[in-house]
Design a protein around this ligand. Structure first.
Ligand SMILES: NC(=O)c1ccc[n+]([C@@H]2O[C@H](COP(=O)([O-])OP(=O)(O)OC[C@H]3O[C@@H](n4cnc5c(N)ncnc54)[C@H](O)[C@@H]3O)[C@@H](O)[C@H]2O)c1
Ligand SMILES: O=C(O)C(=O)C[C@]1(C(=O)O)C=C[C@@H](O)C=C1
Length: 367
């Protein structure tokens, strides 16, 4: 497709969408805008956008597709501003925000001007922020939720899906209310719980610094998402207030139930509690992103000596396997460490596992 795409907010999601659109529509022009000058420069330098503009007006006026990719309260402001600007009659406006109710409500300002708005939410991401973390295939196999109002015609929805086909995501139309309930359960509440676990550990660490040194494996897995952007999550909680207050009530009751089981030492019921959770968790689809992180981690048990990281990355370099992240978790202090290497695709992870097995005797696992 030809045309001009205007991305407002050059962060992880705006940048990833820009890359995926360019992949499938190489003849389109992608223009970027961000309140932070450095993000515009970085976006251009990394080839994520073709060009950038100084003002919202400069990018919006000639655009055929406008993507709002800022935190959700800023997205509302962007809609207000766009509704006061001269735009092309047939421009399509969409957003990527993690909440939909308030954004879609605000979009009626655009609809009153005859401008089509379709709420959108690619259901994959990362705890990393910023345009430098952008990936063209971040949304591959993930669900991409769309929340068009009834007044939006089907051709516009199809047109948006065509623009976004390079994401290789699976589109699903839901109402804004259903969206906010579902994401409240599988994304927003878990982020609150992850942050609360970190706060709790940090509190204990004030009197016992071993806590942070020992925090490995399980704690790191369950709290990875606590490293996400605080600005993004502040906005999400404020937007999805009603749903989250209800979910937090239910969560509190659930924790009370567990407390009682422990107090009364109900061994069989405690077993069942974990067994049911295990069954449900084990049945989650494996090959899709979404609630499952968009990075593929490989755990390598390595002896703890200087140069071990370059040794292992050297094996991977020989086979031309690129990595996106690497870190050591020290679970068994001074003897062995666990090297966690992240890859962009499942295929890269499999190749890496075979490569490490060929070059060394280090044990690997996929966590
Ligand atoms: N991170 C995820 O996992 C994820 C996944 C799906 C959807 N989302 C949603 O996508 C949106 C963006 O998240 P992200 O992870 O890309 O965040 P990010 O912090 O990486 O990027 C947001 C960008 O918006 C810019 N920005 C903020 N206010 C602005 C304004 N008024 N005008 C122009 N630019 C502005 C920031 O400078 C930043 O570059 C959020 O609404 C979030 O809810 C995030
Ligand atoms: O994988 C992560 O780090 C994410 O938190 C991604 C995640 C999620 O909760 O699944 C976060 C918020 C978005 O709205 C969609 C996806």
């Amino acid at each position: 497709m030809n045309g001009r795409v205007f991305v407002i907010g050059l962060g992880l999601i705006g940048g990833s969408l820009a890359l995926s659109i360019k992949n499938n529509h190489p003849h389109c022009t992608i223009i970027g805008f961000d309140i932070a000058e450095k993000n515009k420069k970085l976006g251009k330098m990394l080839g994520v956008i073709d060009d950038c503009v100084d003002t919202l007006e400069d990018g919006a006026e000639e655009a055929d597709l406008i993507i709002i990719a800022t935190p959700v309260r800023q997205a509302e402001m962007m809609i207000e501003k766009l509704a006061q600007m001269p735009l092309k009659n047939d421009v399509l406006v969409t957003d990527v925000g993690s909440t939909k109710g308030k954004v879609v409500e605000k979009s009626r300002l655009l609809q009153e001007k005859g401008i089509t708005f379709i709420g959108g939410h690619p259901m994959a991401g990362s705890h990393k922020s910023g345009v430098s973390a952008s990936k063209a295939l971040l949304f591959e196999n993930a669900f991409y939720l769309l929340t068009p109002e009834e007044t939006v015609d089907k051709n516009s929805v199809q047109l948006l899906m065509n623009w976004l086909s390079g994401t290789r995501a699976k589109f699903l139309v839901v109402s804004p209310e259903e969206h906010d309930l579902l994401t409240g359960v599988i994304s927003h509440l878990p982020h609150i719980v992850a942050a609360s676990l970190v706060h709790q550990a940090d509190d204990v660490a004030k009197s016992n610094e071993l806590v942070t040194r020992l925090a490995a494996g399980g704690f790191r897995d369950i709290t990875r998402i606590a490293s996400s952007s605080p600005a993004m999550w502040r906005d999400i909680l404020l937007h999805n207030k009603t749903v989250l207050l209800e979910l937090l009530d239910k969560w509190t009751k659930e924790m009370e139930k567990v407390k009682t089981l422990i107090k009364t030492e109900e061994a069989d019921e405690i077993f069942d509690y974990f067994q049911v959770a295990k069954n449900v968790r084990d049945e989650l689809p494996q090959n899709q992103k979404g609630a499952i992180p968009a990075f593929y981690d490989l755990y390598v048990d390595v002896p703890d000596y200087p140069g071990i990281i370059s040794e292992v990355t050297g094996f991977l370099a020989k086979e031309n396997i690129s990595i996106t992240n690497i870190r050591i978790i020290e679970t068994r202090e001074e003897i062995y460490g666990v090297l966690v290497i992240s890859f962009q695709t499942e295929e890269d992870r499999k190749r890496a596992q075979a490569c490490i097995a060929a070059y060394s005797t280090y044990e690997t696992s996929i966590g």
